[in-house]
Ligand binder design. Structure first.
Ligand SMILES: Nc1ncnc2c1ncn2[C@@H]1O[C@H](COP(=O)(O)OP(=O)(O)OP(=O)(O)O)[C@@H](O)[C@H]1O
Length: 220
């Protein structure tokens, strides 16, 4: 499956945020989106998901334009920057409702093994991020949009999430953005940088220096 996003124009009042976006993502490859603070990464993911309206956008799946918001089609799931799980929900209830196997989860994330009856709001920020990222990656949707999945995560959990992304990419289109750019770079098969409202395909990591996203030599 392929997902193409183009012709995006997003303004807040008179301020132009996005105006030259083309991005192609496909099953089997992770698509990474990098960009400085405020460059429009979260807005772009929200526009793709349909939770933010833009002046223009064209979304194509397997070459065919798709007009309903993606969240309405149930094709896509979205890990936003904020928590989406109800505070008082017990983890076992959330997993059951989403039909995700708890035992598979704790086999991978052993430190959660005593948490089955815990309520979501009793977890730490990083633990919440692990749970929600896992739920999105293991869900049935064919497109997963991940906005900062690594934030608040400790190194071991980051490695496990990266492993999960590498497995799930064979089933899903995965688009990921995060400020932990080295993790995004290592996880992604295709990379884009958002700069001045436009997407720049990155074929050589040196371009990230040329576009002044990272300092010279920092990726050596
Ligand atoms: N609801 C809003 N009203 C007005 N401006 C907004 C709104 N949401 C976002 N913006 C602006 O749009 C720009 C892009 O925001 P966005 O959150 O997409 O950036 P980002 O690249 O995800 O940043 P960060 O990496 O810091 O999270 C920012 O300048 C932000 O101030």
């Amino acid at each position: 499956m392929t997902l193409e996003v183009g012709n995006v124009e997003l303004y807040f009042k008179d301020k132009c945020i996005l105006n030259g976006i083309y991005l192609k993502a496909e099953t089997g490859k992770v698509t990474g989106v990098l960009g400085s603070n405020g460059s429009g990464k979260s807005c772009l993911l929200n526009i793709i998901f349909g939770s933010l309206q833009s002046k223009y956008k064209l979304i194509r799946i397997d070459g065919k334009p798709i007009t309903p918001a993606l969240y309405k089609t149930k094709l896509a799931s979205f890990l936003p920057q904020f928590n989406f799980t109800p505070d008082c929900a017990k983890l076992k209830t959330v997993f059951k409702l989403l039909r995700i196997d708890w035992n598979d989860f704790v086999a991978e994330f052993e430190s959660f093994s005593s948490y089955k009856d815990k309520r979501f709001n009793k977890l730490s920020g990083g633990e919440r991020r692990v749970i929600e990222t896992y739920l999105i990656l293991k869900g049935k949707n064919k497109i997963a949009l991940l906005d900062e999945p690594f934030s608040h995560l400790s190194p071991l959990h980051i490695q496990k999430i990266i492993g999960l992304i590498s497995e799930e990419k064979h089933e899903k289109i995965i688009i990921i953005t995060d400020h932990m750019h080295k993790n995004v770079i290592n996880t992604s098969d295709n990379l884009y940088l958002i700069k001045n409202g436009c997407s720049k395909p990155i074929n050589d990591l040196k371009e990230l220096e040329t576009y002044n996203y990272v300092s010279t030599g920092s990726l050596d």
